[in-house]
Structures are given as structure tokens and as C-alpha cells.
Design a protein around this ligand. Structure first.
Ligand SMILES: Cc1cc2nc3c(=O)[nH]c(=O)nc-3n(C[C@H](O)[C@H](O)[C@H](O)COP(=O)(O)O)c2cc1C
Length: 127
């Protein structure tokens, strides 16, 4: 079954930004991306691609621990009690600097040095 389906997909279609957390030697490291960038590259059933402009610390962290957590949220999606829903998305990530996916990312974002690819393993509603 698709990990990014139903309400999780609705939130991914509406979120303004995405918080991306990796684990480093000094603890958690959070970076951002725009929901619009994620949508431009197409949200798969189990995969999300982000343009990587910098993400140097993130890339170092991923070499030692490839697990990531993302946070997406929007008030436009109904939560269980009131308007507003968010999802914690868990996955395995890597940053690629060449190949087919990177060519596609660079065609949309010429400033990108590569692509961060997240293979989604779980998604949980938070509200
Ligand atoms: C809303 C938002 C969107 C961002 N979008 C990107 C992006 O598309 N690509 C990117 O490399 N960094 C993006 N950044 C910057 C990263 O969060 C981060 O500060 C930068 O890439 C440095 O990463 P590092 O700390 O892993 O070296 C964005 C930041 C915010 C707050």
C-alpha cells in the first residue's frame, strides 16, 4: 500500500514547507524545503525528491545514519478535531549528484547541485 496516500497526500499537496531532520554527531539537524519544490518534482507513492542546493551537513549526517524524519502540515486539511493536519514522515534518504533523477531536478532547478531522495517507510498523522 502507498505510504503517501489519503490524508498524508492531501497534506503534502498543501504544505507550505517541509522540515527535514537528520541525526548528526552533535544531535538532530533540521533543514527545510518548500512544498512547492516537492510538488514540482512529483510526489511518488513511496518516494519524495527534493532539490539539493546546499545540504552539506545533512549529506554528512546521512553517510553515518540514513534515517530521516520529515514534517508536513497545513491548516487547509481537516484534522481529527478541527482544521489543520500534519504528518511525520519517516524514511531513508540519500543525496545524489549525478544520474537520471538529478538531471530531472536540474531541469526544473538549475541551481541544484543534486537531489535528495527520500524512500518513505512510514507516515503518521499528528493532529
Ligand atoms: C523553507 C525552506 C526551504 C529551503 N529549500 C531548500 C532547497 O530547496 N534546497 C536546499 O539545498 N536548501 C534549502 N533550504 C536551506 C536548508 O534548510 C539548509 O539551511 C541548507 O541547505 C544548509 O544545509 P546543511 O545545514 O545540511 O548544510 C531551505 C530552507 C528553508 C527554511
Amino acid at each position: 500500500m502507498a505510504k503517501i496516500g489519503g490524508q498524508c497526500r492531501e497534506v503534502c499537496e498543501a504544505t507550505e514547507f517541509v522540515a527535514i531532520v537528520t541525526s548528526g554527531e552533535d544531535g538532530p539537524h533540521v533543514v527545510g524545503n518548500w512544498g512547492e519544490y516537492m510538488r514540482t518534482l512529483g510526489i511518488g507513492e513511496d518516494m519524495i525528491v527534493f532539490p539539493a542546493g546546499r545540504y552539506h551537513q545533512t549529506e554528512m549526517n546521512l553517510r553515518n545514519n540514513n534515517r530521516v524524519q520529515l514534517l508536513v502540515a497545513s491548516k487547509k486539511v481537516q484534522g481529527s478535531m478541527k482544521p489543520g493536519q500534519g504528518f511525520r514522515i519517516e524514511g531513508i534518504a540519500r543525496i545524489l549528484t549525478s544520474g537520471e533523477v538529478v538531471d530531472r531536478v536540474k531541469s526544473k532547478f538549475p541551481w541544484a547541485r543534486g537531489a535528495m531522495i527520500v524512500e518513505v517507510t512510514a507516515a503518521k498523522a499528528l493532529l
